[in-house]
Design a protein. Structure first.
Length: 304
């Protein structure tokens, strides 16, 4: 399918063509192998449908994991410098297409354009950081006693599943994808079914940057796809960002299977206004903190 390019003067969601978000497996967009069902993607701005996303099940997860396992030996066998060079190209593509990606965030999530642009930039900051991994994860050998040494090695673990939330369609997935890929893992993303459009486009940019087929994939859907990814014996690790309740469910399910898991939930953060604070700027910052991004962020300051 084509990927519409948008700009700051893009037409409203009522006049734009619907985007169909199929799975991205083995370097290609393809519908669910076992279901013709799609969910509507609805803009929270005006309640209009802006796209549709396929619903995947365990069979789709099996296919994606098999492709990732097939790609893992070749990808992990590259030097980290070679993988980082691909991330450099991806980082450049993110810069080139930053406005297009920001407009997709606005379209599916409803952020104002300033916040959408900032979220794309913050996501790309993590990509840029991942480009420096060859210098940061070289490992070390320490002499811990006379004649005894201890080595510290960083090695890829295999297939990593990443489950991302609706509030930051591109920033939160980037907390996992560039780092895990540069470290030599293969990644399967399950984006929120409410905001799949932006990462649907990002998949094409990763492919254009040179990420081989099977190394990065997207399996769309709901809880069934998430559970299938966590339970799959071919998935070595899971990352999650979302509500605290679901983070706990994901963490418990993965740890019972002895899998590595990083599950990040929400928070109720506090601010203390000291007696000598500058009232006007403090008040402005406090309002921006709890009202920015419609309050839908884990670092929201909701108590003063």
């Amino acid at each position: 399918m084509s990927h519409p390019t948008t700009n700051s003067s893009a037409p409203s969601s009522r006049t734009q063509a619907l985007i169909t978000c199929d799975n991205f497996i083995q370097g290609k967009y393809q519908p669910s192998s076992s279901s013709n069902d799609y969910l509507p993607v609805v803009s929270p701005v005006d309640n209009t449908q802006v796209g549709r996303v396929c619903i995947s099940n365990a069979a789709d997860v099996d296919m994606a994991v098999a492709c990732a396992q097939g790609a893992f030996p070749g990808w992990s066998g590259l030097t980290m410098k070679a993988r980082a060079s691909i991330m450099f190209r991806f980082q450049h593509l993110m810069e080139i297409h930053a406005e297009e990606l920001a407009q997709l965030v606005v379209r599916e999530n409803g952020k104002n354009i300033a916040e959408a642009r900032a979220s794309v930039a913050k996501g790309n900051e993590t990509v840029e950081w991942a480009c420096g991994l060859p210098q940061m994860v070289q490992g070390k050998i320490l002499q811990v006693s006379r004649g005894v040494t201890c080595s510290d090695l960083r090695e890829p673990i295999g297939v990593v599943a990443s489950v991302s939330p609706l509030n930051f369609p591109i920033m939160c997935p980037m907390w996992t994808i560039p780092i895990a890929l540069t470290a030599g893992n293969c990644v399967i993303l399950k984006p929120s079914e409410k905001v799949p459009l932006t990462m649907h486009r990002v998949a094409a940019l990763l492919h254009e940057a040179g990420v081989p087929p099977g190394v990065f994939q997207i399996v769309n859907g709901t809880a069934e796809a998430v559970n299938a990814l966590i339970d799959h014996p071919g998935v070595a690790g899971v990352t999650f960002v979302g509500s605290s309740r679901v983070a706990e469910l994901v963490a418990n399910r993965a740890t019972k299977l002895n899998k590595r898991v990083l599950a990040m939930g929400g928070a109720k953060n506090h601010l203390v206004a000291l007696p000598d604070c500058e009232v006007e700027s403090a008040a402005s910052d406090i309002v921006a903190s709890f009202a920015g991004c419609a309050g839908q962020r884990c670092m929201v300051r909701c108590r003063v």
